[in-house]
Design a protein around this ligand. Structure first.
Ligand code: 5CA
Length: 167
C-alpha cells in the first residue's frame, strides 16, 4: 500500500527525493510520488506494489559507452542487448557498477530515476515502453515511484527511442 511521503531529512543535505523533485521540475514534470514501504527496488517489486504490468516499469540502467556513462531506459519485461546498445550508441558497452551508478547519476541502484540526475546523461528509451498509456519509474529512492506517459519520459530524459532490448 502507498503511504504519504516525507519531504524532510535529518541532515542538512537535500534528500534524494528532494533532488529528484527539483530535477523533475526543471524538466517540466510535476511527479506525484508514491512510497511503498515494502520496497520498489526491482522492476518486479515495483510492478507488484503499483499493480501494473511488468512491462510498464521503467528500469533506469546505467552503462558505460567507451567509458562514458549512458542511460538505457528499459521496459521491466525486457533486458538490454549490449551489442545492440553499442550499435545504437556507437561504442563499446560495459555495465556500470553500483559506485559508477551513484557517481554518474547521484542516486543509488534501485532508486535511480530516468531524469533529474546530477548532470544530464545521454539516454535511450526502449521502444517497448511506448506501447503503454502510462509507465512507472523510480523517484530517487528504492521505495518510491511515479507515473508518467511515455511521451513525458522521452521528452524529460531527452532520450532517443530505439530498439536495444529484448524480451
Ligand atoms: N525501482 C526499480 C524500478 S521503478 C528500479 O530501479 N529498477 S532497475 O531495474 O532500474 O534497478 C535495478 C537494476 O540495477 C537491476 O535491474 C540491475 O540490473 C541493476 N543492479 C542491481 N545490482 C547491481 C550492481 N551491484 N551493479 C550494477 N547493477 C546492478
Amino acid at each position: 500500500m502507498a503511504v504519504a511521503d516525507s519531504n524532510h531529512t535529518s541532515s542538512g543535505r537535500a534528500s534524494a527525493r528532494e533532488r529528484f523533485l527539483a530535477g523533475a521540475e526543471a524538466a517540466g514534470i510535476a511527479p506525484e510520488i508514491l512510497r511503498f514501504p515494502e520496497g520498489t527496488r526491482t522492476a518486479v517489486q515495483a510492478a507488484t506494489a503499483v499493480g501494473c504490468e511488468l512491462g510498464q516499469i521503467v528500469k533506469s540502467l546505467v552503462f558505460l559507452c567507451d567509458g562514458e556513462a549512458v542511460l538505457a531506459l528499459t521496459s521491466g519485461s525486457n533486458r538490454v542487448d549490449t551489442a545492440r546498445l553499442g550499435t545504437v550508441l556507437g561504442g563499446k558497452i560495459t555495465r556500470a557498477d553500483a559506485d559508477g551508478v551513484r557517481e554518474a547519476t547521484g542516486y543509488a541502484i534501485g532508486g535511480t530515476p530516468p531524469f533529474g540526475h546530477d548532470r544530464p546523461l545521454r539516454a535511450v528509451v526502449d521502444r517497448a515502453l511506448l506501447a503503454y498509456d502510462t509507465v512507472w519509474a523510480a523517484a530517487g529512492t528504492p521505495d518510491t515511484v511515479f507515473e508518467l506517459t511515455p511521451g513525458e519520459l522521452v521528452r524529460a530524459s531527452g532520450a532517443e527511442v530505439n530498439d536495444f532490448a529484448v524480451g
